[in-house]
Write a protein that binds this ligand. Structure first.
Ligand SMILES: [Zn+2]
Length: 90
């Protein structure tokens, strides 16, 4: 009987442990994404691949990228949400 109680206590403790782990993992994913958006707010522009301008196949510049206005960088979505949140709070 003592064994059973000890075993079930361990089982419960283990289950609680794994629950905590999976909850931590579920929290850590978005948190790490949010953190990376904070530390690296800019990513290469998806439109011009970070070049800032569009080129023809022969290498001649066609025009500046309108998405990033020629900078080749764009604000990541996570950081944009953060900025909006900050603005909303004043
Ligand atoms: Zn661009």
């Amino acid at each position: 009987m003592g064994y059973l109680i000890a075993y079930s206590t361990v089982a419960v403790a283990w289950a609680a442990h794994t629950w905590w782990l999976s909850a931590a993992a579920a929290l850590a994913g978005p948190a790490m994404y949010a953190g990376s958006c904070w530390w690296f707010p800019f990513a290469n522009c998806w439109c011009c691949k970070g070049a800032g301008r569009h080129r023809r196949k022969d290498g001649k510049v066609l025009r500046d990228c309108r998405i990033c206005k020629g900078t080749g960088k764009r604000l990541r979505i996570g950081r944009r949400i953060w900025n909006r949140y900050k603005k909303a709070r004043g």
